[in-house]
Write a protein that binds this ligand. Structure first.
Ligand code: AKG
Length: 287
């Protein structure tokens, strides 16, 4: 599969703040990620059983429903994000997908880091923890700058491309993402702290909410978007899990402005330091 970031698509990314690309990640990589995540779910099931929370492992339940069954004893305890435990072989094909990196290279150039913010979201039905409020990713970075962050550089200055891809069809009913086009041109706007997430101040959001678009995707599709774009993750009103993955790439010549440094995905200057295999990825940590 080869999808090119044509000059029209690049102009769309620059103007609208995002671009939705169909059939970029090949089916093997999607299936490997689903299998790896299913094995994490299996480990969670065995942990719950060992702690006497459940009697049944629900081993025959599909990927789209097993976590719901496992946490039916206490839905509030279900995981809303997986992050630190993603250094597993089956995730390599997604985070280091050559077709995605080719697209990203068109924007960032040859030095590309997998930014230390890669997440899998099992969005369970009607789970308030998974309702990701309107935000800009750069606001999270800016509001938690490490003490040793270089002076003068802000999250506004980071050259980044965010990627979002669903492992099941994502539709308005099961909580697809929503974007407000062109808002990446505003720079970082004020956010307020809510129970689980930051939320863009109403004074910035209300005048622009009329422009909202649903981001409808199928497995294999990828959405590239700016880390300054206003976006949110809707509630899941179905009876199955909306599994998705979001990750980010950054110009590796810049600091991350986070405590962690991430991992090199492409590099002309340090090819030996690139994460070039699933085995290498598995040997690394979230750092
Ligand atoms: O997946 C979602 O619902 C929200 C994801 C998100 O906010 C992000 O990728 O930054």
């Amino acid at each position: 599969m080869s999808v090119k970031l044509t000059s029209e698509l690049k102009a769309q990314f620059d103007e609208q703040g995002f671009v939705i690309l169909r059939n970029v990640v090949d089916n093997n990589a999607v299936e490997s990620a689903r299998r790896e995540l299913a094995s994490i779910v299996d480990e969670i099931a065995r942990g719950l059983q060992a702690m006497d929370h459940i009697d049944e492992l629900y081993e025959d339940e599909p990927f789209e429903t097993r976590l719901i069954k496992l946490f039916s004893f206490a839905p509030e305890l279900s995981p809303s994000q997986l992050r630190r435990n993603l250094h597993r072989r089956g995730m390599f094909g997604l985070f280091f997908c050559p077709a995605v990196l080719d697209l990203v290279q068109e924007v960032l150039g040859e030095e590309i880091r997998l930014y230390p913010n890669y997440t899998v979201r099992p969005k369970l039905p009607e789970d308030p923890k998974t309702l990701v409020l309107w935000h800009q990713d750069a606001a999270y970075t800016q509001l938690s700058l490490p003490a040793d962050a270089p002076r003068g550089l802000t999250a506004n200055d980071l050259r980044m491309v965010n990627v979002w891809s669903s492992l099941v069809p994502a539709r308005p009913e099961n909580g697809c993402m929503q974007f407000i086009p062109r808002t990446h041109k505003l720079g970082i706007v004020p956010h307020e702290t809510r129970q689980y997430y930051l939320e863009i101040a109403q004074s910035e959001l209300a005048p622009r909410i009329k422009d909202v678009v649903d981001v409808i995707t199928d497995p294999g599709d990828v959405v590239l978007f700016s880390n300054l774009l206003f976006h949110s993750g809707q509630p899941n009103r179905t009876s199955t899990i909306r599994w998705s993955c979001d990750w980010r790439y950054q110009d590796a010549t810049q600091p991350t402005l986070r405590k962690e440094n991430g991992h090199l995905a492409r590099s002309a200057s340090h090819p030996d330091k690139v994460v070039s295999s699933a085995e290498k990825w598995e040997s690394l940590r979230f750092e």
